[in-house]
Design a protein around this ligand. Structure first.
Ligand SMILES: [Mn+2]
Length: 339
């Protein structure tokens, strides 16, 4: 983002505009946090702002200030499309290819609204007029903070903005422990606490919301954990039957993949979750060090993300997907053992 771009954006935002903020399918804490943080910021300047997500998200995200204003495109399609079509400015947050927005892809592509991307994933597409992309950033929330800084408006961060941005930085950094967490991230976090983010309460809202069934499902997942020592890999499989048994709800498997990485000597962790309704197996991958699960997923599982955290999917059956995964791994043994 050049100085000239920022001047132009300042100019653009100096009069009230029709603005839409969208994020990716299956929105996470960073997607909701950055969208609502930016929403609260833009509302201060009398813009008309609408936040639209492709689909619903877990209950543990449904407490952020004004969360209830968010439209869900899959259940409010007509209304959402009409708003996107007449938007003057569209912020696309926490994703960088329009197909990550699920069924919003077409309407976003066709809308004449000026697009501004703020994102930290790899390989951004060229759809936006203004691309604010940095793969080294901890989170899109930290980038929204920087964006507000570039506009010279840090003084106007209120407790709602601070709360939303804090949440996304916390969730995307695994509570400030991933390598993307820098001293500057901590400075931003410190400032957000000064501005009214209640860190203990936010942590509680996000992480201490387990149901008994969710813990039972976690127990089942850990019981299913397998380790392949020669590949320094751990993986978990959850079948649809197991999910049903524990009354699975969206978000219940969030973070489970990280348990594999907590094993001594493991540098690659995967979880395979059967989704009979969509007819796919959903895959989450985590790694330590330089081993890129982004590249691994792009090459084999129709996905991508970051070096150390990526998603993917498979159209094969659950058992065939696992078989494929196990058969691919030996090719990577050298890289995995170099970590
Ligand atoms: Mn993110």
């Amino acid at each position: 983002m050049t100085k000239q771009n920022i001047e132009h954006l300042k100019q653009l935002l100096s009069t009230p505009k029709d603005i839409v903020i969208v994020s990716h399918k299956n929105p996470d804490g960073d997607a909701i946090g950055s969208s609502l943080g930016l929403y609260h910021f833009l509302k201060k300047y009398n813009h008309k702002v609408t936040v639209i997500m492709p689909n619903d998200y877990p209950d543990f995200l449904k407490w952020m200030p004004d969360e209830t204003v968010i439209l869900k495109h899959d259940s409010q399609t007509k209304e959402s499309n009409a708003i996107i079509q007449k938007a003057e400015i569209i912020f696309t947050l926490d994703f960088n290819a329009l197909n990550r927005s699920g069924n919003m892809e077409t309407v976003l592509g066709e809308s004449n609204g000026l697009k501004i991307m703020i994102d930290h994933h790899q390989k951004p597409d060229g759809y936006a007029t203004y691309t604010f992309s940095d793969v080294n950033m901890s989170s899109t929330c930290e980038m929204v903070y920087d964006f507000i800084d570039l506009l010279g408006e840090l003084k106007n961060i209120n407790s709602n903005i601070a709360t939303c941005l804090y949440t996304g930085i916390m969730t995307d950094t695994g509570s400030f422990r991933f390598p993307s967490t820098t001293s500057k991230t901590h400075q931003v976090i410190a400032h957000l606490i000064e501005k009214g983010a209640n860190n203990a309460q936010i942590h509680n809202n996000i992480y201490d919301t387990n149901s008994y069934e969710r813990l039972q499902l976690l127990g089942c997942a850990l019981n299913n954990l397998k380790v392949i020592p020669e590949s320094r890999t751990a993986y978990i499989v959850l079948s649809q039957e197991e999910l049903n048994k524990y009354n699975y709800k969206k978000g219940d498997t969030e973070g489970v993949v990280n348990y594999g990485l907590s094993l001594n000597n493991v540098v690659l962790s995967a979880i395979f979750i059967e989704d009979k309704q969509e007819g796919i197996v959903k895959i989450s991958l985590r790694s330590k060090g330089a081993f890129s699960v982004n590249e691994f997923s792009r090459a084999h599982f129709n996905g991508g993300g970051h070096t150390n955290a990526a998603g993917g999917k498979s159209d094969l059956s659950l058992s065939d997907t696992i078989e494929k995964f196990i058969s691919i791994l030996p090719k990577y043994n050298k890289a995995l053992n170099n970590e």
